[in-house]
Design a protein around this ligand. Structure first.
Ligand code: ZN
Length: 286
């Protein structure tokens, strides 16, 4: 029956990056062509922006916000922005300025990100978190302090945080969920980016997994339930095109899985509309 009735679904990629020196709006055109309708555009440090003072975060975030503006003005795809100090930045800042000032600068990056949410220019604080590789005890502790701070700011602003951390295991999800509790932030406003299919409640402890959308991962996720988001972590790196995943992956996978009956229509609406609307407090309309 597929093809006889063209169902129109919203299709949201929950984690993409775009770079001014990458394909930018052109990548979004590919996403749209594949059936994508919405995306969360997550800030990552632009190679041209060096952080030496709080205002440098503002300038760096502005590059991402402007990219979003030009997409929203020129394409049917609607993008929503998340900004925050990328966790790995802390390492360079500590090298250059020492621990105390490094942490202070990162906190100022969080403050500005919160302000953008309060101004309605961004929908989340992220990606924030801690390095995905082993670091010294001092850096680990500082990262956790910053993560807690970011969660507190998100709670104040009634917005979600998007987490970049080491690979999630149920134990790590539990630790992050308890950290959210300490910050007063609802666990369903904590999004674990680059997640494996930890869909069962005793795997994610209430945190929302944003699943890197390989065929196997999405299939496994769907076999467990439909409380998750889908992402590519598209990097738009001109030197590594297609790394981590191609921009058309989420629409392609979603449509193929609906066609083959692996994803029910109900699950598609939940993943691509109901969940993101609730988590980000946004409207997904097509
Ligand atoms: Zn990312």
């Amino acid at each position: 029956m597929a093809g006889l009735i063209q169902m129109i679904f919203p299709i949201l990629d929950n984690h993409i990056h775009l770079r001014p020196d990458g394909r930018g709006v052109g990548a979004i055109a590919d996403f749209e062509k594949a059936g994508g309708t919405h995306a969360i555009l997550v800030h990552s440090p632009h190679p041209s922006s060096i952080i030496t003072k709080p205002d440098d975060f503002r300038e760096s975030y502005d590059i991402t916000l402007h990219l979003a503006d030009s997409i929203n003005a020129s394409r049917k795809v609607k993008v929503f922005v998340a900004t925050g100090p990328y966790p790995i930045l802390l390492l360079g800042l500590i090298d250059r300025y020492g621990l105390k000032k490094g942490v202070e600068l990162m906190k100022s990056g969080m403050d500005i990100a919160q302000q953008l949410v309060l101004e309605g220019r961004a929908v989340a604080i992220g990606e924030i978190g801690r390095p995905h590789f082993p670091v010294s005890e001092i850096i680990w502790e500082a990262s956790n302090e910053l993560l807690l701070y970011g969660m507190e700011l998100a709670n104040e602003a009634s917005c979600p945080v998007i987490l970049h951390t080491e690979s999630g295991t149920p134990d790590i999800m539990k630790e992050l969920a308890e950290m959210a509790d300490r910050a007063g932030l609802s666990r369903d406003r904590v999004i674990k980016h680059y997640s494996s299919p930890l869909v069962f409640p005793n795997e994610n402890y209430g945190i929302v997994p944003s699943i890197l959308s390989s065929r196997d991962a999405v299939r496994t996720a769907l076999s467990k339930g439909d409380r998750f988001l889908m992402e590519t972590d598209f990097l738009d790196d001109p030197l590594r095109p297609g790394a981590v995943m191609n921009i058309n992956t989420v629409p392609k996978r979603t449509k193929a899985f609906i066609d083959s009956g692996i994803m029910s229509e109900e699950a598609a609406w939940r993943i691509h509309k109901d969940m993101p609307e609730k988590i980000y407090d946004i409207n997904i309309n097509i």
